[in-house]
Write a protein that binds this ligand. Structure first.
Ligand SMILES: C[C@@]1(CC(=O)O)C2=NC(=C\c3[nH]c(c(CCC(=O)O)c3CC(=O)O)Cc3[nH]c(c(CC(=O)O)c3CCC(=O)O)/C=C3\N/C(=C\2)[C@@H](CCC(=O)O)[C@]3(C)CC(=O)O)/[C@H]1CCC(=O)O
Ligand SMILES: NC(=O)c1ccc[n+]([C@@H]2O[C@H](COP(=O)([O-])OP(=O)(O)OC[C@H]3O[C@@H](n4cnc5c(N)ncnc54)[C@H](O)[C@@H]3O)[C@@H](O)[C@H]2O)c1
Length: 158
């Protein structure tokens, strides 16, 4: 049976979030996360201008260097979004080892392999107190984007 993912609205305001990678996808996700979370670290040798600005404003903390094993040790949530598939996968393994050996509970997401994710990154619309999350269970991310754009148009005329 095809799985569907439950839209659970979770308090991540004080969770420690580590994002590995600082390109287009990481920047898009960090932009969304800053609305919900106050403890975000980005680790990458190269980061987008948008991420640098968030760092300068003190909204996130950027470590401008390559990922090193152990960087995720204290994290509650980890997003791997590098263009190095092997690295993304080895961070997934590192999370699983920390869980097994240290009893840690880390929510892991990687942008390049839906089968390794504990959760999927949603498409998000925020309007005043309303938060809308959209997801297709990993089957149609392109369609999810279109639905978000259509909903935003409708909300704009309300
Ligand atoms: C919602 C959004 C959030 C965000 O990313 O911010 C998001 N993907 C978005 C867009 C998008 N993704 C892709 C394209 C180009 C192709 C196309 O057009 O189809 C576009 C369009 C674009 O970028 O324009 C390619 C892609 N996506 C995934 C893989 C890997 C795989 O399937 O295994 C690959 C191949 C990568 C490769 O080539 O290696 C996987 C995932 N992408 C997810 C989320 C998760 C649940 C998705 C769902 O709900 O089904 C999931 C499962 C896991 C995760 O990443 O959390 C965002 C729309 C935001 C918005 O605009 O509102
Ligand atoms: N889930 C999605 O929506 C989606 C959509 C398109 C692509 N992708 C996947 O996401 C990946 C990233 O895409 P992008 O467009 O952001 O790529 P990008 O090339 O813009 O960025 C890659 C980032 O990874 C960083 N990086 C590389 N090696 C690193 C290391 N050793 N340690 C830390 N950071 C390192 C780079 O410095 C850079 O910041 C793609 O390779 C693709 O597999 C996912």
């Amino acid at each position: 049976m095809e799985k569907s993912y439950f839209p659970m609205f979770v308090d991540i305001s004080e969770k420690k979030i580590v994002v590995v990678g600082g390109g287009r996808i990481a920047a898009r996700r960090v932009d969304t996360l800053t609305y919900f979370a106050g403890n975000i670290t980005v680790i990458a040798p190269e980061v987008t201008r948008q991420l640098l600005e968030l760092n300068e404003d003190g909204r996130i903390y950027c470590m401008i260097r390559e990922y090193e094993k152990g960087d995720i040790a204290g994290a509650d949530m980890v997003l791997a979004a590098t263009d190095d598939r092997q690295l993304n996968h080895s961070i997934a393994d590192e999370c699983r080892v920390l869980e097994r050996e240290k009893g840690r509970r880390i929510l892991f997401n990687t942008a390049d392999d839906k089968d390794l994710c504990d959760f999927y990154f949603p498409s998000v619309i925020t309007r005043d107190d309303i938060v809308i999350g959209i997801n297709s269970g990993g089957r149609s991310p392109g369609k999810v984007k279109q639905v978000r754009e259509k909903l935003e148009e409708k909300l704009d005329i309300l």
